[in-house]
Write a protein that binds this ligand. Structure first.
Ligand code: HSE
Length: 299
């Protein structure tokens, strides 16, 4: 039996739509072993598919098929901390768990690059799958087959405070509301900010982050699908956040805050409660630089 630890991810980082993502210190765990048949369990009673449609199982089976290895089935035990359909990479975590787990069980037939490529082929874009596997902040271009990527480890004095509403937002719905075409001006608006984000995060020029997370490709459309998002952003900025953006396709909102802003999270919780947003969950996280980790847990 192996145990796979997969980090949550935050994609887009504002302007870097489908290109930028980072891994966070918030994890799903999957135990996996070869088995005669399908046995899928939830360690925390999350409602997950127990048949072939389970994404961890399906991704693992895909890899067995690609490698031409006979496949009898799997025993999988999932611990799902990452909330589903909230823009924190829960589906990418399942895909990576399946691929990385199957790869280990078969004796590592796939290279890291091949795993990054296959995960993006399954998900359709690389900005959650790549950081979930690699950790750190990942810049990625998916050319339809291959992912051209750079992972950078980040050691900052920043915390990432995520506000998770009750309301799910499925990625398909959040992508369907986007325009098919954008103007040249808006393209420049975004590419300049996406570049500014990476450079500023990595060099410690955090005062640029508020400008850097602004975008015209997805957030103006998606914010309409997330009730109270504007209020939450205003609250975060009034408490001194460097930046606030929609995490991935939403519905979670991410605040980037200096670690020295000690009381941010407590004050933020208090303000949200006062605004009637008691049901929103708040987690204070940091960047995970390790990515997916696999350990042996006996037979
Ligand atoms: N880049 C993707 C999007 C992330 O914004 O739709 C969601 O998986």
């Amino acid at each position: 039996m192996i145990n796979i630890r997969i980090p949550a991810t935050s994609a887009n980082l504002g302007a870097g739509f489908d290109a930028l993502g980072l891994a966070l210190t918030y994890y799903n765990y999957v135990d996996m072993e070869e088995y005669d048949g399908i046995c899928i369990e939830s360690a925390d009673n999350t409602d997950i598919p127990r048949d072939e449609s389970n994404m961890v199982y399906d991704s693992a089976k895909t890899l067995y098929d690609i490698c031409g290895k006979s496949f009898k089935g799997l025993h999988i035990v999932q611990t799902n901390n990452i909330p589903m359909a909230r823009g924190l990479g829960s589906s990418s975590a399942c895909i990576i768990a399946g691929l990385a787990g199957a790869n280990r069980l078969m004796g590592e037939p796939l290279t890291l690059d091949e795993t990054v490529d296959l995960a993006a082929q399954i998900e359709g874009h690389p900005d959650n799958t790549a950081p979930a596997l690699l950790g750190g902040i990942v810049t990625a271009v998916f050319d339809g087959k291959r992912v051209h990527w750079v992972k950078q480890e980040v050691y900052t004095t920043l915390k990432f405070v995520v506000a998770v509403p009750d309301q799910e937002l499925k990625t398909e719905k959040a992508r369907a509301c986007l325009p098919k075409e954008v103007s040249h001006k808006d393209a420049v608006y975004n590419l300049s900010r996406a570049a500014l984000f990476s450079a500023s995060l990595l060099t410690g020029k955090y005062e640029n982050l508020r400008t850097a997370v602004d975008d015209r490709l997805h957030q103006p459309y998606r914010i309409e699908l997330i009730p109270h998002a504007k209020e939450v952003f205003d609250t975060a900025y009034s408490l001194g956040a460097y930046a606030a953006y929609i995490s991935g396709a939403g519905s979670s909102l991410m605040m980037i805050v200096d670690d020295k802003n000690t009381f941010f999270t407590g004050k933020f919780r208090f303000a949200l409660d006062k605004a009637g947003l008691r049901s929103w969950k708040i987690h204070e996280l940091h960047i995970d630089n390790e990515g997916t980790k696999i350990t042996n847990v006996g037979n």
